[in-house]
Design a protein around this ligand. Structure first.
Ligand code: ADP
Ligand code: MG
Length: 276
């Protein structure tokens, strides 16, 4: 059954037969307020599967809040976020009476498990080796066997160039290595989408390149990614689309060429002058 046409229900379109054409991520007029503080002021964004979106903007413009709404760490005050056509926070199918059902916290956690997120700070478990950090969630959350999880984790550590560090504890790794373990850990959940929130901002400058190289390789492997970063070289080289946010709004978006080389607004010109 298809959702009632003309309905304002949140998940309309989730059973669209032209599923191939549905963007992996769709933000429709997303607002987010914390009390009186209106942080997101109507953001519209689409990300096609397999594409890399680089999100830039001054500190406090709402970039992290936008990612957190996509990942359901925050609930939009208005508007909706759809992943593969399904509205975040709502059941995939309507109830028999046609109403759309809000999900429980446990169901939301399950939805969230499809999205990997990597933060500025790595948040590795300090008492576990790199390998154990990567193995943990697939065992605990996906119910995988230990041996299956170990094999997958070793392959992922290899992929991020850390096969020889599997038995090291986080305190024995550099910041760049810890961040690469954090990326492997997120990938271990087989996410359909990866969100990176300033993944290199906490790193010493000489460690930035090794983390960006991992992101670039992931992008080349076809992963859908949204990356918040001030690394304009990375944006130029890897981004399919660059999105500039300021004051809770998306001000400009387009290819790296359009946004970085040919900014139109004074706000974007000013921002680029501050980071380039
Ligand atoms: P950015 O990532 O672009 O630096 P953020 O999304 O972190 O911006 O923050 C945007 C604004 O929202 C800031 O003014 C910040 O203080 C505020 N903010 C973010 N999260 C919260 C929260 N949980 N409660 C109150 N204010 C918040
Ligand atoms: Mg932020």
């Amino acid at each position: 059954t298809t959702p009632a046409s003309g309905s304002t229900d949140p998940a309309v379109g989730s059973t669209d037969p032209a599923a191939d054409a549905t963007p992996l991520i769709q933000l429709e007029s997303v607002h987010k307020a914390f009390g009186d503080l209106h942080v997101l002021k109507g953001c519209d964004l689409e990300v096609t599967a397999g594409e890399v979106t680089v999100l830039v903007g001054p500190s406090g413009s709402g970039k992290s809040t936008l990612l957190r709404c996509i990942n359901q760490l925050e609930e939009p005050t208005a508007g909706r976020v759809r992943i593969a056509g399904v509205t975040q926070g709502y059941a995939e199918q309507p109830l028999p009476d046609g109403r759309w059902q809000k999900l429980t916290t446990a169901q939301i956690a399950h939805q969230r498990s499809r999205i990997g997120m990597v933060f500025q700070r790595f948040h590795l478990f300090p008492h576990m080796t790199a390998l154990a950090n990567v193995m943990e969630a697939p065992i605990q959350v996906l119910g995988r066997s230990k041996s299956e999880s170990r094999d997958a984790a070793l392959a992922l550590l290899e992929r991020v160039g850390l096969a020889d560090r599997a038995d090291h504890y986080p305190s024995e790794l550099s910041g760049g290595q810890q961040q690469r373990v954090a990326i492997a850990r997120a990938l271990a959940m087989d996410p359909e989408l990866m969100l990176f929130d300033e993944p290199t901002s906490a790193l010493d400058p000489e460690l930035v390149a090794e983390v960006l190289a991992v992101l670039k390789e992931l992008a080349e492997g076809g992963m859908t990614m949204i990356v918040v970063t001030h690394e304009m070289g990375f944006a130029r080289e890897v981004a399919d689309q660059v999105v500039f946010m300021d004051d809770g709004m998306i001000i400009e978006q387009g290819t790296a060429e359009q946004v970085i080389e040919h900014p139109r607004s004074e706000r974007l010109k000013g921002f680029l002058a501050s980071v380039l």
